[in-house]
Design a protein around this ligand. Structure first.
Ligand code: ZN
Length: 212
């Protein structure tokens, strides 16, 4: 099997895994991964649980649709990350429940909206930037990601959901799951006095495990 053929299978398998465990419902969410000559992307209105490897959308490096079904209308979110973070191998966008719940709260820190409650969110995701609400499909969202100039590996779209990147498809999916689980803990513990990781704890994690 070619490298692209293997990647197509991986996208379908990991997307189904997210769908089967409720990280995505209906036709919500979209996933992309980089190939030598462009990106593979889940098609518009597709369900992550029932993808066909042969029908994934393929776009060239300039964003032109070259094969497969029509790409998701949120493709520009993905392209903005590939353009500004060259280490990006895959992008996962979900409307997962707890991260989306957090994205609707007022009074959260827009430059670190998933604060370091456990080590794994620091190791797998890093700081998450909250981006202002714009309607789905609005290309302004891509511009807002470009304005971050690659400083964040993940963002949370206000009243919408997370966009998480990784070096490869598995890393990006695991990071999206970690973000969702941390958001769940934050919501569960919302009213309780919490012991967060200290700045020193976070520096230690970055020094030992590196920052993506
Ligand atoms: Zn969306």
């Amino acid at each position: 099997m070619t490298a692209e053929g293997k990647l197509r299978e991986d996208i379908v398998r990991l997307s189904k895994s997210l769908f089967d465990r409720g990280f995505s419902v209906g036709s919500a969410g979209n996933i992309s991964a980089a190939v030598d000559d462009g990106i593979l992307m889940t098609p518009t209105n597709s369900c992550l649980g029932f993808l066909d490897p042969a029908r994934l959308s393929k776009l060239d490096r300039n964003g032109n649709h070259i094969s497969g079904d029509k790409p998701s209308k949120e493709v520009f979110l993905h392209r903005a990350f590939y353009e500004t973070r060259p280490q990006t191998g895959a992008v996962v966008h979900l409307h997962s429940t707890f991260a989306t719940a957090l994205s609707c709260l007022t009074g959260i820190d827009p430059s670190d909206c998933i604060p370091p409650l456990t080590p794994y969110v620091v190791m797998r995701v890093g700081a998450v930037k909250l981006l202002s609400y714009v309607k789905p499909g609005d290309e302004k969202m891509g511009d807002m990601i470009r304005e971050l100039a690659g400083r964040y590996a993940a963002v949370l779209l206000a009243n919408h959901g997370p966009v998480v990147t990784g070096r490869d498809i598995a890393t990006a999916v695991y990071a999206a799951e970690e973000l969702e689980e941390t958001a769940k803990l934050l919501i569960l513990l919302k009213e309780a006095p919490k012991r967060m990781l200290s700045d020193e704890n976070v520096h230690e994690l970055k020094a030992v495990f590196g920052a993506y």
